[in-house]
Design a protein around this ligand. Sequence first.
Ligand SMILES: C[S@@+](CC[C@H](N)C(=O)[O-])C[C@H]1O[C@@H](n2cnc3c(N)ncnc32)[C@H](O)[C@@H]1O
Length: 267
Amino acid sequence: MTEARGAATFRTAAPEAYDRHVGRYSNLLGAELVRFAGVEGGQRALDVGCGPGALTRALAERLGAAAVAAVDPTAPFVEACRARVAGADVRHGSAEALPFDDGAFDAVVSQLVVNFMTDAPAGVREMRRVARPGGTVAACVWDYADGMTLLRAFWDAAREVDRAGAAARDEGRVMRWCTPAELDELWTGAGLRDVRGGELSVEARYASFGELWEPLEAGVGPAGAFAAALDPERRAALREELHRRLGAPDGPFALDARAWAVAGREP
Ligand SMILES: C[S@@+](CC[C@H](N)C(=O)[O-])C[C@H]1O[C@@H](n2cnc3c(N)ncnc32)[C@H](O)[C@@H]1O
């Protein structure tokens, strides 16, 4: 089974660079996903593909860290999550083979991960397996095709400097499981009941355009990997085009981001 396109771009990611890139949106998004999933005090929850721990922390704030578990295949993220959410049970592993018992959780949630799974249908079946009967399985994924302003502007700018290379990597075009219809298909196909969709909107603030650009040059995620692999001249052209597409900010600014959410119930 080959790894989903782009998943490897997180393997060597420094948690701090991730924080400055998409992680900038993750804390607010985590709180939104916890609300959407209906996670309530007294429950036990698992965060699948926890990264450095934004959703894990949101779950711990609601449930207490001792009631929260998390799992990710990227070792530096596992370490960062353990350090950031002391008391949570953070393990190394993948969605497709979750290292947890059947029916162990009231809620199994996953933020910005389903599209990176090696085998998303198998990953969601595993999420279902570790949910108790009547428990909730929920996730969210960026609206890469439109409402995730940063990444949409990035790939549109990238097409101006390397049309073929950008077309082959644009997450809005090449990744599956990033639309409400596909998420519904994934959840229904896994056998989950009462499947419902939703839209989660968050905002990230930047002190300057340089603050937005710098983690991209560090190579984090599919967009960062694309930027880091360009020769210096094309990378400078990409920086300029992205700056222009974001309205040429010369001071602090904010960007909106929309994620599609899905939730279902283990029968
Ligand atoms: C965009 S990050 C999201 C991290 C975190 N959930 C957040 O909201 O900030 C994608 C994460 O998916 C993880 N990942 C990639 N393939 C995975 C798989 N097969 N199973 C579980 N997690 C996976 C990566 O290691 C990375 O931490």
